[in-house]
Design a protein around this ligand. Structure first.
Ligand SMILES: [Fe+2]
Length: 432
């Protein structure tokens, strides 16, 4: 029905679902936050943010809008930049004890993810690992709906406002892992590009590359038709694989990223570029929430979790950390060189959508990797894992963490072994 990319196979999936939550997009959207909260029945909101976002002018507008609509609220400012199991539980206690009937989150992916987790553990109390993805956690399904949650992303990045995923550091195991359920999806995303106007260059670059990798990974993910059809509809995974609907948003986000990402990084006054990247993040978020990501994200978990000394400009400087977008993008060119053999045409199309001149006889993996590396250099992204202080001796531990992310690795357009991952980490040490 959908051409060569989606040929059916015996016993293979023939059905995909499209389950996006509503989003409201544009400059001024945040002024309508109070009316949106009331429409969802929120009278007393837990407002999640962090110390940096709390000082933004757009945040003042959001809080004013709540006040003017008669929505009472209490602010929780302690969301961590990279949330942990402990920080999720502290946030859940705040929600449980505050007698709230809804949640508003104003922040990057970490704040929105903290709000999702707090909403989950306050609505359906359980030990932390109960809902965490197996095999790291118990993988119990979330029993049902949570309180209404309006998510206002303040970076053009994670797309967390559209996804049912919350990611955190499981400190005892030095691992990043997550919880995923359709019930975690916020009830509404209010996406106002004004929040991004004051972001520093490297934050814009890291979040922008997160957008680009979401889009390219979704576009090149194993097609939904290549998965066995489940016996029951509720066994269909939330990450379904590439499908004709997710392709639309993915390709548009790749095109916008290729055109506007470097401009948005280099000039904070370039409103056209920053608005376009916010829209790209929205499109990519809807697509990857439905299709899923694969190797670059699977590899990123241990890159971020094992970081020792790296302290990027623009983030809190009291401890080493690797921002999510950077931990993903450093793996991406190496991963695309590997995955291209599984879907040659799509890798070529992604390179072209980024704006690269690619001939018909070009090597698809090289073409996409080269286009990506050019953008990384132009945007000031660290030159591979070596620039994050990793070396050959770290590869076994990095592989160990990545190989545990089977939920994501299954989405790769070609099967991936531990030695393939080791080769990709080696390739990702430096690119120029
Ligand atoms: Fe991401």
């Amino acid at each position: 029905m959908f051409g060569d990319d989606y040929q059916t196979m015996p016993g293979g999936e023939t059905v995909f679902t499209v389950d996006p939550r509503p989003v409201k997009f544009g400059v001024g959207a945040v002024d309508e936050l109070g009316a949106d909260a009331r429409a969802l029945g929120i009278r007393r909101a837990a407002v999640f943010t962090d110390a940096t976002v709390a000082t933004l002018e757009a945040t003042s507008k959001a809080l004013l809008a709540l006040e003017q609509a008669g929505v009472a609220f209490e602010i929780y400012r302690d969301s961590l930049v990279e949330p942990t199991d402990a920080s999720f539980l502290t946030a859940a206690t705040f929600v449980r004890e505050g007698d709230f009937d809804g949640i508003v989150s104003l922040g990057g992916g970490s704040v929105i993810d903290t709000a999702k987790a707090a909403n989950l553990y306050a609505s359906h109390p359980a030990p932390l690992l109960a809902y965490v993805n197996a095999p790291i956690g118990d993988g119990h399904p979330v029993p049902g709906p949570l309180m209404p949650h309006i998510a206002c992303p303040t970076t053009a990045g994670t797309g967390s406002e559209s996804t049912g995923v919350a990611v955190f550091d499981l400190v005892s195991q030095k691992l990043k892992t997550g919880i995923s359920s359709k019930w975690l999806k916020p009830s509404l995303g209010v996406i106002d590009p004004q929040f991004t106007y004051s972001l520093p260059a490297l934050v814009t670059a890291a979040t922008g590359f997160d957008v680009l990798t979401h889009a390219i990974e979704s576009y090149t993910a194993l097609p939904y038709t290549q998965r066995p059809r489940p016996a029951e509809p509720d066994q269909r995974p939330p990450y379904q694989g590439a499908n004709p609907h997710s392709d639309l948003g993915s390709l548009e986000a790749i095109r916008l990223g290729g055109r506007f990402l470097v401009r948005a990084v280099r000039n904070s006054d370039d409103r056209e570029a920053r608005n376009a990247m916010m829209y790209a993040a929205t499109m990519a978020g809807i697509s990857f929430g439905n299709a899923g990501v694969h190797i670059p994200h699977a590899m990123s978990y241990s890159v971020a979790g094992m970081i020792r000394r790296y302290q990027p400009e623009g983030w809190p400087s009291d401890h080493a950390l690797c921002p999510h977008g950077i931990s993903v993008v450093v793996n991406a060119p190496a991963a695309f060189r590997f995955t291209a053999a599984g879907s040659q045409q799509r890798h070529l199309q992604a390179a072209r959508a980024l704006g690269a001149e690619v001939g018909a006889d070009a090597d698809p993996g090289e073409a996409l990797a080269a286009a990506f590396v050019n953008l990384m250099r132009a945007a000031g992204i660290p030159n591979g894992l070596a620039a994050l202080d990793y070396g050959e001796e770290d590869i076994p531990a990095l592989v160990d963490g990545a190989f545990r992310q089977q939920r994501l690795l299954k989405q790769s357009p070609r099967p991936v072994t531990e030695s393939d991952l080791a080769e990709m980490y080696r390739d990702a040490m430096s690119y120029w």
